[in-house]
Ligand binder design. Structure first.
Ligand code: NAD
Ligand code: DAU
Length: 342
Protein backbone atom coordinates (compact mmCIF):
# COMPACT_ATOMS: atom_id res chain seq x y z
CA UNK A 1 0.00 0.00 0.00
CA UNK A 2 1.29 3.44 -0.99
CA UNK A 3 -0.28 6.33 0.90
CA UNK A 4 -0.12 10.06 0.42
CA UNK A 5 -0.91 11.79 3.70
CA UNK A 6 -1.35 15.55 3.48
CA UNK A 7 -0.78 17.67 6.59
CA UNK A 8 1.31 14.87 8.10
CA UNK A 9 3.57 17.37 9.87
CA UNK A 10 0.67 18.79 11.88
CA UNK A 11 -0.71 17.59 15.16
CA UNK A 12 -3.11 14.79 14.14
CA UNK A 13 -1.43 14.01 10.81
CA UNK A 14 1.86 13.26 12.60
CA UNK A 15 0.07 10.83 14.93
CA UNK A 16 -1.48 9.21 11.85
CA UNK A 17 1.86 8.77 10.06
CA UNK A 18 3.31 7.15 13.19
CA UNK A 19 0.27 4.88 13.54
CA UNK A 20 0.58 3.68 9.93
CA UNK A 21 4.31 3.02 10.09
CA UNK A 22 3.96 1.21 13.43
CA UNK A 23 0.97 -0.97 12.61
CA UNK A 24 0.92 -1.52 8.81
CA UNK A 25 4.18 -3.25 8.06
CA UNK A 26 4.38 -3.12 4.26
CA UNK A 27 2.87 0.35 3.84
CA UNK A 28 4.80 3.34 2.50
CA UNK A 29 3.89 6.94 3.35
CA UNK A 30 4.60 10.15 1.47
CA UNK A 31 3.81 13.13 3.72
CA UNK A 32 2.86 16.21 1.67
CA UNK A 33 2.87 19.31 3.84
CA UNK A 34 3.39 23.03 3.27
CA UNK A 35 4.95 23.45 6.76
CA UNK A 36 2.85 26.45 7.75
CA UNK A 37 3.23 27.92 11.23
CA UNK A 38 1.35 24.82 12.51
CA UNK A 39 3.34 22.16 10.65
CA UNK A 40 6.79 21.43 11.87
CA UNK A 41 9.35 19.10 10.33
CA UNK A 42 10.50 18.44 13.87
CA UNK A 43 7.21 16.68 14.69
CA UNK A 44 8.43 13.75 12.60
CA UNK A 45 12.19 14.36 12.81
CA UNK A 46 12.80 10.89 14.24
CA UNK A 47 11.27 9.35 11.08
CA UNK A 48 13.62 11.17 8.67
CA UNK A 49 15.58 7.97 7.99
CA UNK A 50 12.65 5.58 8.18
CA UNK A 51 12.78 3.38 5.06
CA UNK A 52 9.03 3.61 4.42
CA UNK A 53 8.61 7.35 5.05
CA UNK A 54 9.22 10.30 2.72
CA UNK A 55 8.40 13.99 2.84
CA UNK A 56 7.51 16.50 0.11
CA UNK A 57 6.94 20.17 0.84
CA UNK A 58 3.96 21.32 -1.24
CA UNK A 59 0.78 23.38 -1.03
CA UNK A 60 -2.34 21.25 -1.58
CA UNK A 61 -3.98 24.21 -3.33
CA UNK A 62 -1.13 24.59 -5.85
CA UNK A 63 -0.37 23.35 -9.37
CA UNK A 64 2.40 21.16 -7.90
CA UNK A 65 -0.13 18.61 -6.64
CA UNK A 66 -1.34 17.08 -9.93
CA UNK A 67 2.16 16.15 -11.21
CA UNK A 68 3.15 14.99 -7.72
CA UNK A 69 0.24 12.52 -7.53
CA UNK A 70 0.72 11.49 -11.17
CA UNK A 71 4.34 10.58 -10.38
CA UNK A 72 3.60 8.94 -7.05
CA UNK A 73 0.46 6.99 -8.08
CA UNK A 74 -0.56 6.21 -4.50
CA UNK A 75 -3.32 3.74 -3.64
CA UNK A 76 -4.97 6.31 -1.38
CA UNK A 77 -4.83 9.95 -0.33
CA UNK A 78 -5.72 10.95 3.24
CA UNK A 79 -6.24 14.70 3.52
CA UNK A 80 -5.41 16.14 6.95
CA UNK A 81 -3.97 19.40 5.56
CA UNK A 82 -5.90 22.41 6.77
CA UNK A 83 -5.90 25.74 8.48
CA UNK A 84 -7.38 24.45 11.71
CA UNK A 85 -7.76 27.20 14.33
CA UNK A 86 -11.21 28.78 14.68
CA UNK A 87 -9.89 32.00 16.27
CA UNK A 88 -7.52 32.62 13.36
CA UNK A 89 -10.43 32.19 10.93
CA UNK A 90 -12.27 34.98 12.76
CA UNK A 91 -9.34 37.33 12.12
CA UNK A 92 -8.98 36.31 8.46
CA UNK A 93 -10.90 33.74 6.43
CA UNK A 94 -8.91 33.75 3.17
CA UNK A 95 -6.25 31.11 4.02
CA UNK A 96 -9.03 28.85 5.32
CA UNK A 97 -10.96 29.00 2.07
CA UNK A 98 -7.80 28.54 0.03
CA UNK A 99 -6.43 25.50 1.84
CA UNK A 100 -9.54 23.85 3.25
CA UNK A 101 -11.92 24.28 0.31
CA UNK A 102 -9.86 25.02 -2.84
CA UNK A 103 -7.06 22.76 -1.63
CA UNK A 104 -9.47 19.87 -1.09
CA UNK A 105 -10.93 20.35 -4.60
CA UNK A 106 -7.46 20.52 -6.12
CA UNK A 107 -6.47 17.29 -4.34
CA UNK A 108 -9.69 15.54 -5.35
CA UNK A 109 -9.11 16.48 -9.01
CA UNK A 110 -5.47 15.40 -8.91
CA UNK A 111 -6.32 12.11 -7.17
CA UNK A 112 -8.95 11.31 -9.79
CA UNK A 113 -6.59 12.10 -12.65
CA UNK A 114 -3.94 9.83 -11.07
CA UNK A 115 -6.53 7.05 -10.62
CA UNK A 116 -6.10 6.98 -6.86
CA UNK A 117 -8.41 4.24 -5.57
CA UNK A 118 -9.58 6.01 -2.37
CA UNK A 119 -9.69 9.55 -1.01
CA UNK A 120 -10.28 10.12 2.71
CA UNK A 121 -11.32 13.65 3.64
CA UNK A 122 -10.60 14.32 7.31
CA UNK A 123 -13.38 16.64 8.41
CA UNK A 124 -14.73 17.82 11.75
CA UNK A 125 -17.83 17.72 13.92
CA UNK A 126 -17.79 21.53 13.82
CA UNK A 127 -19.64 21.36 10.49
CA UNK A 128 -22.81 20.50 12.48
CA UNK A 129 -22.58 23.72 14.51
CA UNK A 130 -23.69 23.93 18.13
CA UNK A 131 -25.81 20.96 19.24
CA UNK A 132 -28.62 21.85 21.68
CA UNK A 133 -29.81 19.97 24.77
CA UNK A 134 -28.75 16.35 24.96
CA UNK A 135 -28.95 15.68 21.22
CA UNK A 136 -26.06 14.09 19.33
CA UNK A 137 -25.46 14.86 15.65
CA UNK A 138 -25.70 11.90 13.32
CA UNK A 139 -23.96 11.93 9.95
CA UNK A 140 -27.17 13.13 8.24
CA UNK A 141 -27.62 16.15 10.56
CA UNK A 142 -27.81 19.52 8.78
CA UNK A 143 -24.59 21.43 8.17
CA UNK A 144 -24.70 24.60 10.28
CA UNK A 145 -21.15 25.87 10.57
CA UNK A 146 -20.56 28.93 12.76
CA UNK A 147 -17.06 30.04 11.72
CA UNK A 148 -15.17 30.50 8.47
CA UNK A 149 -13.07 27.50 9.59
CA UNK A 150 -16.05 25.15 9.91
CA UNK A 151 -17.75 26.62 6.81
CA UNK A 152 -14.60 25.91 4.77
CA UNK A 153 -14.49 22.34 6.13
CA UNK A 154 -18.18 21.87 5.29
CA UNK A 155 -17.43 23.12 1.77
CA UNK A 156 -14.73 20.45 1.42
CA UNK A 157 -17.16 17.75 2.57
CA UNK A 158 -19.70 18.87 -0.02
CA UNK A 159 -17.04 18.99 -2.73
CA UNK A 160 -15.95 15.44 -1.88
CA UNK A 161 -19.57 14.22 -2.03
CA UNK A 162 -20.04 16.08 -5.32
CA UNK A 163 -16.97 14.30 -6.76
CA UNK A 164 -18.58 11.03 -5.70
CA UNK A 165 -21.86 11.87 -7.48
CA UNK A 166 -20.42 13.52 -10.58
CA UNK A 167 -17.40 11.33 -11.22
CA UNK A 168 -18.06 8.20 -9.16
CA UNK A 169 -14.87 8.98 -7.21
CA UNK A 170 -14.25 6.79 -4.16
CA UNK A 171 -14.36 9.23 -1.25
CA UNK A 172 -14.90 8.67 2.48
CA UNK A 173 -15.44 11.53 4.95
CA UNK A 174 -14.62 11.42 8.66
CA UNK A 175 -15.94 13.90 11.24
CA UNK A 176 -14.24 13.82 14.61
CA UNK A 177 -14.72 15.79 17.81
CA UNK A 178 -12.01 17.84 19.62
CA UNK A 179 -8.61 16.15 19.69
CA UNK A 180 -5.95 16.46 22.37
CA UNK A 181 -2.59 14.79 22.96
CA UNK A 182 1.16 15.35 22.48
CA UNK A 183 2.39 17.50 19.54
CA UNK A 184 -0.63 19.86 19.47
CA UNK A 185 0.29 23.45 18.57
CA UNK A 186 -0.10 25.53 21.76
CA UNK A 187 -2.89 27.78 20.42
CA UNK A 188 -5.74 25.30 21.11
CA UNK A 189 -7.40 25.07 24.52
CA UNK A 190 -5.60 22.13 26.16
CA UNK A 191 -1.99 22.81 25.10
CA UNK A 192 -2.44 26.57 25.64
CA UNK A 193 -3.68 26.03 29.19
CA UNK A 194 -0.93 23.52 29.97
CA UNK A 195 1.91 25.65 28.58
CA UNK A 196 0.61 28.90 30.09
CA UNK A 197 0.20 27.22 33.47
CA UNK A 198 3.71 25.77 33.26
CA UNK A 199 5.00 29.32 32.64
CA UNK A 200 2.74 30.79 35.37
CA UNK A 201 0.95 32.87 32.71
CA UNK A 202 -2.80 33.65 32.85
CA UNK A 203 -5.23 31.10 31.39
CA UNK A 204 -7.74 32.91 29.12
CA UNK A 205 -11.28 31.48 29.41
CA UNK A 206 -13.80 32.64 26.84
CA UNK A 207 -17.18 33.78 28.21
CA UNK A 208 -18.38 31.71 31.17
CA UNK A 209 -16.17 28.70 30.36
CA UNK A 210 -19.18 26.37 30.41
CA UNK A 211 -19.01 25.45 26.72
CA UNK A 212 -18.78 21.70 26.20
CA UNK A 213 -16.50 19.73 23.90
CA UNK A 214 -16.22 15.96 23.42
CA UNK A 215 -12.45 15.48 23.91
CA UNK A 216 -10.86 12.51 22.18
CA UNK A 217 -7.21 11.49 22.12
CA UNK A 218 -5.58 12.04 18.70
CA UNK A 219 -4.44 8.38 18.60
CA UNK A 220 -8.06 7.23 18.92
CA UNK A 221 -9.04 9.60 16.11
CA UNK A 222 -6.22 8.26 13.91
CA UNK A 223 -7.32 4.67 14.46
CA UNK A 224 -10.75 5.77 13.26
CA UNK A 225 -9.38 7.40 10.11
CA UNK A 226 -7.39 4.24 9.40
CA UNK A 227 -10.52 2.10 9.88
CA UNK A 228 -12.43 4.39 7.49
CA UNK A 229 -9.61 4.08 4.94
CA UNK A 230 -9.60 0.29 5.18
CA UNK A 231 -13.25 -0.53 5.80
CA UNK A 232 -15.38 2.57 5.12
CA UNK A 233 -17.97 2.46 2.38
CA UNK A 234 -17.42 4.78 -0.59
CA UNK A 235 -19.48 7.97 -0.40
CA UNK A 236 -20.13 7.56 3.35
CA UNK A 237 -19.49 9.84 6.31
CA UNK A 238 -18.31 8.52 9.70
CA UNK A 239 -18.49 10.42 13.00
CA UNK A 240 -15.89 9.78 15.70
CA UNK A 241 -16.33 10.92 19.29
CA UNK A 242 -15.52 9.70 22.78
CA UNK A 243 -18.91 10.53 24.30
CA UNK A 244 -17.45 12.76 27.03
CA UNK A 245 -18.47 16.38 27.19
CA UNK A 246 -16.99 18.20 30.17
CA UNK A 247 -17.29 21.99 30.29
CA UNK A 248 -14.07 23.80 29.41
CA UNK A 249 -13.61 24.95 33.02
CA UNK A 250 -13.51 21.36 34.25
CA UNK A 251 -10.70 20.57 31.78
CA UNK A 252 -8.79 23.66 32.91
CA UNK A 253 -9.25 22.83 36.61
CA UNK A 254 -8.03 19.28 35.96
CA UNK A 255 -4.89 20.60 34.21
CA UNK A 256 -4.23 22.93 37.16
CA UNK A 257 -4.72 20.02 39.58
CA UNK A 258 -2.26 17.77 37.69
CA UNK A 259 0.32 20.56 37.59
CA UNK A 260 -0.29 21.61 41.20
CA UNK A 261 -1.01 25.19 40.08
CA UNK A 262 -3.47 27.72 41.49
CA UNK A 263 -6.91 28.56 40.03
CA UNK A 264 -5.86 32.20 40.46
CA UNK A 265 -4.23 31.83 37.00
CA UNK A 266 -7.69 31.68 35.37
CA UNK A 267 -8.74 34.90 33.57
CA UNK A 268 -12.21 35.30 32.11
CA UNK A 269 -11.91 37.15 28.78
CA UNK A 270 -14.42 38.29 26.16
CA UNK A 271 -16.21 35.43 24.46
CA UNK A 272 -15.27 34.11 21.01
CA UNK A 273 -17.74 35.60 18.46
CA UNK A 274 -20.08 32.90 17.15
CA UNK A 275 -18.84 30.55 19.89
CA UNK A 276 -20.53 27.13 19.62
CA UNK A 277 -21.88 26.14 23.03
CA UNK A 278 -21.78 22.38 22.69
CA UNK A 279 -20.45 19.70 20.33
CA UNK A 280 -21.70 16.13 20.52
CA UNK A 281 -21.80 13.45 17.83
CA UNK A 282 -23.41 10.06 17.56
CA UNK A 283 -20.57 7.67 16.63
CA UNK A 284 -22.75 4.54 16.43
CA UNK A 285 -22.19 4.16 12.67
CA UNK A 286 -18.39 3.99 13.09
CA UNK A 287 -18.78 1.44 15.88
CA UNK A 288 -21.20 -0.67 13.84
CA UNK A 289 -19.60 -0.51 10.39
CA UNK A 290 -15.92 0.01 11.18
CA UNK A 291 -15.69 -1.81 14.50
CA UNK A 292 -14.05 1.36 15.89
CA UNK A 293 -14.08 2.41 19.55
CA UNK A 294 -12.03 5.00 21.43
CA UNK A 295 -9.62 3.29 23.84
CA UNK A 296 -8.05 6.14 25.85
CA UNK A 297 -10.00 7.48 28.84
CA UNK A 298 -9.93 11.28 29.15
CA UNK A 299 -8.35 11.23 32.64
CA UNK A 300 -5.49 9.00 31.47
CA UNK A 301 -5.02 10.89 28.19
CA UNK A 302 -4.94 14.24 29.96
CA UNK A 303 -2.34 13.01 32.50
CA UNK A 304 -0.18 11.71 29.61
CA UNK A 305 -0.58 14.95 27.68
CA UNK A 306 0.30 17.22 30.61
CA UNK A 307 3.34 15.03 31.31
CA UNK A 308 4.42 15.25 27.64
CA UNK A 309 4.31 19.08 27.62
CA UNK A 310 6.11 19.21 30.96
CA UNK A 311 8.86 17.00 29.53
CA UNK A 312 9.16 18.80 26.15
CA UNK A 313 9.49 22.53 26.94
CA UNK A 314 11.99 23.03 24.10
CA UNK A 315 9.35 21.93 21.59
CA UNK A 316 6.61 24.34 22.63
CA UNK A 317 8.72 27.27 23.84
CA UNK A 318 10.14 27.59 20.32
CA UNK A 319 6.59 27.72 18.92
CA UNK A 320 5.65 30.67 21.12
CA UNK A 321 7.75 32.96 18.92
CA UNK A 322 7.21 36.58 17.83
CA UNK A 323 4.51 35.60 15.29
CA UNK A 324 2.69 33.61 17.97
CA UNK A 325 2.91 36.51 20.41
CA UNK A 326 1.53 38.90 17.75
CA UNK A 327 -1.45 36.59 17.16
CA UNK A 328 -1.90 36.26 20.92
CA UNK A 329 -2.04 40.03 21.41
CA UNK A 330 -4.51 40.40 18.54
CA UNK A 331 -6.74 37.60 19.81
CA UNK A 332 -6.71 38.23 23.54
CA UNK A 333 -5.98 41.96 23.68
CA UNK A 334 -5.31 43.79 26.87
CA UNK A 335 -6.68 41.82 29.79
CA UNK A 336 -5.70 44.41 32.33
CA UNK A 337 -8.30 46.80 30.93
CA UNK A 338 -10.71 44.07 29.98
CA UNK A 339 -10.46 45.05 26.30
CA UNK A 340 -9.89 42.46 23.62
CA UNK A 341 -8.34 42.73 20.21
CA UNK A 342 -11.44 41.54 18.40
P1 NAD B 1 -2.78 21.37 12.45
O1 NAD B 1 -3.07 22.82 12.26
O2 NAD B 1 -1.98 20.93 13.63
O3 NAD B 1 -2.01 20.79 11.16
C1 NAD B 1 -2.38 21.14 9.87
C2 NAD B 1 -1.24 20.71 8.94
O4 NAD B 1 -1.62 21.04 7.59
C3 NAD B 1 0.08 21.42 9.21
O5 NAD B 1 1.14 20.50 9.17
C4 NAD B 1 0.21 22.43 8.08
O6 NAD B 1 1.56 22.72 7.72
C5 NAD B 1 -0.51 21.67 6.96
N1 NAD B 1 -1.04 22.58 5.93
C6 NAD B 1 -1.74 23.72 6.12
N2 NAD B 1 -2.03 24.29 4.92
C7 NAD B 1 -1.50 23.48 3.97
C8 NAD B 1 -1.49 23.51 2.56
N3 NAD B 1 -2.07 24.51 1.87
N4 NAD B 1 -0.87 22.51 1.89
C9 NAD B 1 -0.26 21.49 2.58
N5 NAD B 1 -0.24 21.42 3.92
C10 NAD B 1 -0.86 22.39 4.60
O7 NAD B 1 -4.20 20.67 12.39
P2 NAD B 1 -4.74 19.38 13.16
O8 NAD B 1 -5.34 19.80 14.43
O9 NAD B 1 -3.70 18.34 13.14
O10 NAD B 1 -5.94 18.97 12.18
C11 NAD B 1 -5.71 18.09 11.09
C12 NAD B 1 -7.02 17.86 10.35
O11 NAD B 1 -7.98 17.29 11.24
C13 NAD B 1 -7.66 19.14 9.82
O12 NAD B 1 -8.22 18.87 8.56
C14 NAD B 1 -8.76 19.46 10.83
O13 NAD B 1 -9.81 20.16 10.22
C15 NAD B 1 -9.17 18.07 11.24
N6 NAD B 1 -9.73 17.96 12.60
C16 NAD B 1 -9.06 18.50 13.66
C17 NAD B 1 -9.58 18.33 14.95
C18 NAD B 1 -8.88 18.91 16.17
O14 NAD B 1 -9.44 18.86 17.26
N7 NAD B 1 -7.66 19.44 16.04
C19 NAD B 1 -10.78 17.62 15.13
C20 NAD B 1 -11.43 17.09 14.01
C21 NAD B 1 -10.89 17.26 12.75
O1 DAU C 1 -14.54 19.91 17.17
C1 DAU C 1 -13.42 19.72 16.36
C2 DAU C 1 -12.64 21.01 16.26
O2 DAU C 1 -12.05 21.22 17.54
C3 DAU C 1 -11.59 21.00 15.17
O3 DAU C 1 -12.24 20.88 13.93
C4 DAU C 1 -10.74 22.27 15.22
O4 DAU C 1 -9.69 22.18 14.27
C5 DAU C 1 -10.16 22.41 16.60
O5 DAU C 1 -9.43 23.62 16.69
C6 DAU C 1 -11.26 22.37 17.66
O6 DAU C 1 -12.08 23.58 17.61
P1 DAU C 1 -12.51 24.34 18.96
O7 DAU C 1 -12.79 25.75 18.63
O8 DAU C 1 -13.54 23.59 19.72
O9 DAU C 1 -11.12 24.19 19.77
P2 DAU C 1 -10.28 25.21 20.69
O10 DAU C 1 -9.21 24.40 21.33
O11 DAU C 1 -9.90 26.44 19.96
O12 DAU C 1 -11.35 25.61 21.80
C7 DAU C 1 -11.93 24.63 22.63
C8 DAU C 1 -12.88 25.33 23.60
O13 DAU C 1 -12.12 26.14 24.49
C9 DAU C 1 -13.86 26.26 22.93
O14 DAU C 1 -15.08 26.25 23.65
C10 DAU C 1 -13.20 27.62 23.05
C11 DAU C 1 -12.50 27.52 24.40
N1 DAU C 1 -11.26 28.33 24.53
C12 DAU C 1 -10.29 28.16 23.58
C13 DAU C 1 -9.14 28.89 23.65
C14 DAU C 1 -8.06 28.75 22.59
C15 DAU C 1 -11.09 29.19 25.60
O15 DAU C 1 -11.99 29.31 26.47
N2 DAU C 1 -9.94 29.91 25.66
C16 DAU C 1 -8.97 29.81 24.72
O16 DAU C 1 -7.95 30.54 24.85
Amino acid sequence: MKLVVTGGSGFIGSHFVREILATRKGWRVLNVDLLTYAGRGRNLADLARHPRYRFARADIASAAIAPLLARERPDAVVNFAAESHVDRSIHGAAPFLRTNALGAQNLLDAARAARVARFVQVSTDEVYGSIPGRARAREDAPLQPSSAYSASKAAADLLALAARRTHGQDVVITRCTNNYGPWQFPEKLIPLMITNALANQPLPVYGDGLQRRDWIHARDHCRGVLAALERGRAGEIYNFGAGTEPPNLRIIQEILRILGKSAALIRYVADRPGHDRRYAVDAAKARRELGWRPAIALDDGLEETVRWYREHPAWWLRLKDAAFRAFYRKNYGNWATGKTGR
